[in-house]
Design a protein around this ligand. Structure first.
Ligand code: FMN
Length: 215
C-alpha cells in the first residue's frame, strides 16, 4: 500500500516535470511568485550600517519567497492604486524593467501580476557578466530602461535619468540584502550586446546595471 502510494507520487512528479519543461520550452511558462513580505526586515539604519558589496556566493538556491521579496524591494509596486514603484522615476516615466536570471532560465519580472514570465530556458549565467563568480551564481538581476518611455529629450539626459533610476533600484536591492543577510554586488561589467540578445530586448531597451544576489 505504502509502496504504491510512493509510486503514484513519483509518476505525478514526473508528469509535472515534463509538463513544466514542455511549457517552458514553448515559451509560455509563467511562474506565480508568493506575495512579498512587505512588513518585515531589520530597521533601516541597521541595514545602512551593514550594506556592502560581496563577491562570494554559495550554490544554495534562493527560495521563491525570498526571490519575491528581493524583486518587490527592487522595483515592485508599492501603491497599487496608481501602479507606482518602490523606486522613483523622473517625471513619473516608469521606464524601468527588471529581468531575472536563474540557473534554469531567464525571466521578466512582471510587477503587475507578481509573476516571472519566461523568456528562455537554460543556464545562461556565464553571459551575465565578466567576473568568475557570476557564472556560478544562483541569481542575477538585470536592470533595464525602456528609453522610449523617457520621451524625446537629448539622449545624454535620458541616459542620466536611466542611470539614476537604476541606481535607486540597485540600492533597494542592497538594502533588502542587508536586511535578509544575503550577499550582493551591483555590476556594470557585462556585455551589453550578448545580454540584450539573451533577454530578447528590442532596440529601445537598454541594460543599465546587473546585480548578483545569493547566499
Ligand atoms: C555603477 C557601479 C558599477 C559597479 N560595477 C561593478 C562591477 O562590474 N563589478 C564589481 O565587482 N563591482 C562593481 N561595483 C561595486 C563597487 O566596486 C563597490 O560598490 C565599491 O567597491 C564599494 O564597495 P561597497 O559597495 O562594499 O561599499 C559597481 C558599483 C557601482 C555603483
Amino acid at each position: 500500500m505504502e509502496r504504491s502510494f510512493y509510486k503514484m507520487g513519483a509518476v505525478i512528479a514526473l508528469i509535472l516535470c515534463i509538463f513544466t519543461q514542455k511549457s517552458m520550452a514553448q515559451g509560455t511558462s509563467i511562474i506565480q511568485l508568493p506575495a512579498p513580505d512587505r512588513a518585515g526586515g531589520k530597521a533601516l539604519m541597521a541595514c545602512l550600517n551593514v550594506r556592502k558589496s560581496s563577491r562570494e556566493f554559495s550554490s544554495k538556491e534562493i527560495p521563491m519567497q525570498e526571490l519575491s521579496n528581493i524583486l518587490w524591494a527592487a522595483n515592485g509596486i508599492n501603491r497599487e492604486k496608481d501602479g507606482k514603484h518602490t523606486a522613483p522615476t523622473a517625471m513619473n516615466r516608469q521606464n524601468m524593467e527588471v529581468y531575472v536570471m536563474l540557473p534554469d532560465g531567464i525571466f521578466f519580472y512582471n510587477d503587475l501580476n507578481n509573476t516571472l514570465d519566461l523568456i528562455q530556458v537554460g543556464n545562461h549565467m556565464k553571459s551575465a557578466g565578466m567576473q568568475d563568480f557570476v557564472a556560478k551564481s544562483m541569481l542575477n538581476i538585470i536592470i533595464v530602461s525602456d528609453m522610449n518611455k523617457l520621451g524625446d529629450g537629448a539622449a545624454e539626459k535620458k541616459l542620466v535619468y536611466a542611470g539614476v533610476h537604476a541606481g535607486a533600484i540597485m540600492q533597494n536591492i542592497y538594502l533588502y540584502c542587508a536586511s535578509a543577510d544575503l550577499h550582493t554586488v551591483v555590476r556594470a561589467s557585462f556585455d551589453q550586446k550578448v545580454l540584450a540578445e539573451l533577454l530578447k530586448l528590442p532596440e529601445n531597451k537598454q541594460i543599465i546595471l546587473a546585480q548578483t544576489v545569493g547566499y
